[in-house]
Design a protein around this ligand. Structure first.
Ligand SMILES: NC(=O)c1ccc[n+]([C@@H]2O[C@H](COP(=O)([O-])OP(=O)(O)OC[C@H]3O[C@@H](n4cnc5c(N)ncnc54)[C@H](OP(=O)(O)O)[C@@H]3O)[C@@H](O)[C@H]2O)c1
Length: 436
């Protein structure tokens, strides 16, 4: 058997300890598949004395994780620390600059600095791999880089944040409101103490930017992702959606659309959407992730599984290490950075979609007429309208409607006409309906 692949491991938290356990538990099977042993030689974390429930006595310790890149006995560095910049980025740059391979689960770093790091890796012909950065244990990066590589992809979309999915599907099951379910999710460990990145859609946006770059051969452009989180979705919306035959899920979507003069543009959106109960994503509950990729020859593919957690994420990290042990390098984004297309973002408003709109209105005559007139004047055609119940806190009334398909900007124009109306007692909530 060839010489072992020698690993320097930075970060011994949830994922890092998972990697240590997995390499130990499946040692022989991994060596057989990789064609050589995968051996951790040195590790780093902040606190050397913390009990992590694993035996670290066989590994050298580095107080400064950047030193892992410089060690002569390390072939590949695994970065499992996190953060888009700071020590993780410094380690990544040093590792690649020394011509060593890098494996990371750090979606924020890849979303922000992926092109720079991929260029550095390509320059030295070393691997940069980040399967665990998107959808935890689901091999979706590999799926898009390899499995669908013969296809022109038409759309990539899915559920990329387990915390939001847990919250929305629990709201659906229990009828409880957002704040209550979030507090429970924090108690159960499904949501961080500071859940902002998750519930505001930033985490899903990081992952979407990575998938869009791979799937569409585009230069990664995180700044162009328009993200809306789930904080405005109320129990009443979930109930209305249910009555109309839908569930609500936070959907990340990338799609290529022709812009002015036919140039392709890239739409990257993270938004809560109504998903028909007939659609496979409607059954994705709890912290599960799922990604749909539609190829022009493969048809619709669905990748589904655990989007986070020690075991699934470690599984993705070690799969990358096995590729490296087999000398499978490849361009990190499937196409060399120099050939990735710079695709301008799709101008908002062009997209044709059907929309759910929830109004909170004063309980008085003439309100419905005012809303429907604004819709008519903006060219929005209403498919169904429900006026039901009182808003939370009493007093006001909820009016929910679903529009026929039409340009997104028409709905926006209708809401502008209603802006400042005394009939509306809260900001309307607009959720697109996921097209089949
Ligand atoms: N958790 C998941 O399910 C999951 C899923 C997919 C991707 N990821 C990604 O995987 C990465 C790691 O996540 P995690 O959940 O394992 O995080 P975590 O449990 O918070 O662990 C982070 C580790 O990094 C170490 N660390 C922090 N700052 C450091 C520094 N300056 N120098 C050396 N070590 C430092 C910490 O050391 P101490 O232990 O000594 O404090 C800890 O061991 C992140 O990029 C995350 O986005 C996580």
């Amino acid at each position: 058997m060839a010489e072992p692949l020698r690993i320097g491991l930075a970060g011994l938290g949830t994922v890092g300890t998972g990697v240590v356990r997995l390499l130990e538990t499946n040692h022989d099977l991994i060596a057989a598949r990789a064609g050589r042993e995968l051996k951790i030689v040195a590790v780093s974390a902040r606190d050397r004395n913390r009990d992590r429930g694993i035996d670290l006595s066989g590994f050298a310790w580095e107080d400064d994780m950047a030193n892992l890149a410089a060690r002569g006995d390390v072939d590949v560095v695994v970065e499992l620390v996190g953060g888009s910049d700071g020590p993780a980025l410094e380690l990544a740059r040093k590792t690649l600059a020394r011509g060593k391979a890098l494996v990371t689960a750090n979606k924020a770093m890849i979303a922000h600095h992926g092109l720079e790091l991929a260029e550095a890796a390509e320059e030295r012909d070393v691997a940069l791999k980040f399967e665990a950065a998107v959808a935890g244990g689901i091999p979706v990066v590999k799926g898009l880089r390899e499995g669908t590589s013969a296809n022109a992809l038409e759309r990539i979309y899915g559920i990329l944040n387990g915390t939001c999915n847990y919250i929305l599907s629990t709201m659906e099951d229990t009828g409880a409101d957002f704040a209550e379910v979030l507090a429970d999710a924090q108690r159960l460990g499904y949501a961080e103490a500071d859940p902002t990145f998750d519930i505001e859609g930033v985490d899903a946006a990081h992952k979407l930017a990575i998938l869009a770059a791979i799937g569409f051969g585009a230069r990664i452009d995180f700044e162009a992702v328009r993200a809306t989180g789930i904080t405005s979705v109320g129990a009443a919306d979930i109930a209305q959606a249910d009555a109309l035959g839908y569930v609500i899920r936070l959907i990340a979507m990338a799609d290529v659309e022709p812009g002015e003069n036919g140039t392709p543009t890239l739409l990257q959106r993270v938004r809560p959407c109504l998903v028909s109960k007939e659609h496979p994503l409607s059954g994705v509950d709890g912290p599960t992730n799922a990604v749909v990729a539609e190829g022009n020859f493969s048809g619709r593919l669905l990748f589904q599984g655990a989007g986070a957690g020690e075991g699934p994420t470690a599984s993705a990290v070690v799969a990358d290490l096995i590729d490296i042990a087999r000398d499978e390098v490849g361009a990190p984004f499937s196409i060399p950075v120099a050939q990735l297309k710079a695709m301008p973002p799709t101008e908002s408003g062009h997209r044709i979609e059907s929309t759910y709109i929830r109004f909170t209105v004063a309980d008085r005559p003439g309100v419905l007429a005012e809303i429907t007139a604004a819709m008519r004047d903006a060219g929005v055609s209403i498919e169904s309208l429900i006026q039901k119940g009182r808003a939370e806190g009493g007093g006001d009334v909820l009016v929910a409607m679903v529009t026929h398909e039409g340009p997104e900007r028409s709905v926006r124009a209708a809401l502008e006409l209603l802006d400042g109306s005394e009939s509306l007692t809260a900001q309307p909530l607009v959720l697109p309906i996921l097209r089949d």
